[in-house]
Design a protein around this ligand. Structure first.
Ligand SMILES: [Zn+2]
Length: 657
């Protein structure tokens, strides 16, 4: 067996991490003329505004922002994050850009954290909200159309519209017209949107001179020094405007860092309450520090030193440093549950938004105490990096049968069945790959809004992580076994495995059928990998031929115990007894059934040749292998010599076997 196959089978199937990645969602109704009406004349929910004028995204596509009506006297202005770029390598959309290049078609803000307005605990549920998306690579403070020369002779130069300042001003102009007289204003942003938030808080406070203003930078407190090659004055044109604004006159390009925005804003505005939230081991901040050339990144030291620098100059600044590797908090579901030192983030932010200065909070067990569960062991972290790498994981979506498509990534499968009357999604990926899944569907001409059911083979994050988005944004029903609904609601075993917990919906029992259009998906409980694995049997069509296909719901042996191993063997004995009817295997990890090898053959297939996925003997042979592996595991479990799944994984990664 190849190493990769072993890894896939060993997959520590546990629960990721959204990484500040925004996922696609339903388009909001576009509206361009509401200036006279005011925000409260808008329909409930998000309205998209296309300001036109000087605004633009980095690639010249139009800029848009989002507004949501609420109480007229309470206003939140939110700046979105999404990386940054300052060189040809980091900016080039054709390479591996380290920022969000434009605003995806149909995107609107996801309903999580402080944007979950249904949650009674949301301190901002009654607020009028203005949300400034980010697509300029300049942390919202660029004012330059910058030409990056080609990397190789003869290449084309690349123009990047670093026009974040103009975009933000369009957002502010609209806000000033349509929310004319707020009493309470909360200015905030996450990640790259946190960086300019003290600057814009100062501008907004100057406009609303009667209002109380508080500010929170979410997840950008560790950028202590500017990178040698990242100069906001050079690449972004920041100093064409920055030191012309009241309060910021003393800033100069030489020695500039982002802490100076806090210091200048806080000095000039002693009535504004400024604040920062960070996680001590924030993996994304560490990555950007390393990308900027910082070696031996000590994020926690940088966070504390930055805060000390600001606090030495001004008293109207507060800081919350939580433990763990998670990046940003404000728009995550954990906004309501996470905290440090017994202080919940939600409560701390609510106090801030009410202009009662909260105490500084700094985590104690900053490495271990984390978003949810312990930090990731090194071996797992290595595997994790490969799972996050688009070069390794991206798979161009493809059609397998007339009614069946592959929309997954390299290491986790996801399939769409087109029933003729709506779509059924089998497994929903996780983290940033959910957005890839949605894009994959659109690329195949399938509308994610047509997904009527998401059937999760089991509750691990890699299969169930996108379910909540399909429920909330696309209105899909979700299906799992009772055991795995419970599993999906458990805290993840590492912060990276975080997923928005899906709302329990349809509870599948053994033999249940989901029927839609011309399709019946029968679900068999085949526990072992988890205690509620569902294996799915349904028809696939190839021209005039119809075949019975199966998606095995849980093959991996990364669990422990004699009883569980017996449970797995019982399930596979049952699957063997059902195998005569089955001629197509569409496993939920592609490597377990040669999905990509067969897809390559399918692409070469000539008229009249057999379909490479129709392979009953291959399916039966695979079952026999899974059983043999499980029997070997049973022996080891009974002898007490079975390694725990992570040890086994570590051994494989270190080449011990
Ligand atoms: Zn699993």
């Amino acid at each position: 067996m190849s190493l990769m196959k072993k890894l896939v089978i060993l997959v520590i199937a546990v629960s990721v991490w959204g990484c500040g990645q925004d996922q696609a969602s339903e388009p909001a109704a576009p509206l361009d003329t509401v200036a006279e009406a005011g925000i409260n004349m808008l329909p409930a929910g998000w309205t998209e505004i296309a300001p036109g004028g000087e605004t633009t995204c980095s690639d010249g596509t139009p800029y848009r922002f989002f507004v949501r009506p609420g109480e007229a006297d309470k206003l939140m202005v939110f700046f979105q994050g999404g990386g940054a770029c300052w060189t040809r390598q980091t900016c080039d959309p054709a390479g591996q850009p380290t920022y969000t290049v434009n605003i995806a078609e149909g995107w609107s803000p996801e309903p999580f954290g402080a944007f979950n307005f249904e949650n009674a605990d949301n301190p901002f549920k009654d607020y009028s909200v203005v949300m400034a998306p980010y697509c300029t690579g300049d942390v919202h403070i660029g004012a330059s159309d910058t030409v990056y020369p080609p990397l190789e002779e003869g290449g084309e130069p690349l123009t990047v519209h670093h026009q974040g300042r103009a975009n933000a001003q369009a957002v502010l102009d609209w806000t000033y017209s349509n929310v004319p007289d707020p009493e309470q204003v909360f200015v905030t942003g996450s990640s790259a949107g946190a960086i300019p938030s003290p600057f814009y808080a100062a501008l907004i406070a100057a406009h609303y001179s009667e209002a109380s203003v508080a500010q929170l930078g979410d997840g950008a407190g560790g950028y202590r020094r500017m990178n040698a090659d990242a100069r906001p004055d050079e690449q972004w044109g920041t100093f064409d405007f920055l030191n012309k604004e009241a309060g910021f006159e003393t800033l100069v390009p030489e020695g500039f860092n982002y802490e100076q925005l806090y210091i200048a804003a806080a000095k000039a505005n002693p009535d504004i309450l400024f604040a920062r939230y960070d996680a001590a081991e924030d993996a994304v901040q560490k990555r950007f520090l390393a990308l900027g050339g910082a070696t031996d990144v000590q994020l926690m030291e940088a966070l504390l030193a930055n805060h000390a620098d600001i606090a030495a100059e001004v008293s109207n600044i507060r800081s919350f440093v939580a433990g763990g590797e998670s990046h940003t908090i404000l728009r995550r579901p954990e906004f309501y549950s996470y905290g440090a030192q017994g202080v919940g983030i939600r409560d701390w932010v609510a106090q801030l938004a009410n202009f009662a200065a909260p105490d500084d909070v700094t985590c104690d067990a900053c490495v271990d105490d984390t978003f949810a569960g312990p930090a990731m062991p090194p071996a797992m972290a290595q595997l994790w990096r490969s799972w996050e790498d688009p070069k390794q994981q991206y798979v161009k979506p493809f059609k397998i049968f007339d009614n069946l498509y592959y929309v997954g990534i390299d290491w986790v499968a996801a399939y769409v069945i087109d029933t003729g009357d709506g779509l059924i999604l089998i497994d929903s990926l996780y983290g940033k790959w959910v957005r890839q899944l949605v894009n994959n569907m659109r690329q195949l001409g399938l509308d994610p809004a047509d997904v009527k059911y998401v059937i999760n083979t089991h509750g691990h994050f890699d299969h169930a992580g996108g379910t909540r988005l399909f429920q909330e944004v696309y209105g899909a029903r979700a299906v799992m076994s009772a055991e795995d609904w419970a599993l999906a609601a458990e805290a993840p075993t590492a912060p990276a495995f975080y997923m928005p917990v899906p709302e329990q919906d349809i509870v599948a029992k053994d033999g249940d059928v989901i029927e839609l259009g011309d399709t019946r998906v029968q679900m068999f409980k085949t526990p072992g990998h988890t205690t509620g694995v569902l294996s799915l049997v349904y028809d696939v069509h190839d021209g005039d031929n119809t075949y019975k296909a199966i998606t095995l719901g849980g093959v991996g042996l990364n669990f422990s115990g004699v009883e569980r191993t017996r449970m797995y063997l019982d399930s596979y004995a049952r699957l063997m007894s059902m195998a005569d009817d089955i001629s197509v295997s569409l496993p939920n990890h592609a490597a377990m059934g040669g999905v990509f090898e067969r897809a390559a053959l399918l692409e070469q297939r000539q008229a009249g040749q057999p379909h490479p996925f129709v392979d009953p003997a291959g399916y039966q042979a695979a079952l026999a292998t899974f059983v043999a592996n499980a029997e070997a595991k049973l022996v080891a479990e009974q002898a007490g010599t079975a390694r725990d799944p992570l040890e086994e994984l570590t051994a494989v990664l270190e080449g011990d076997e």
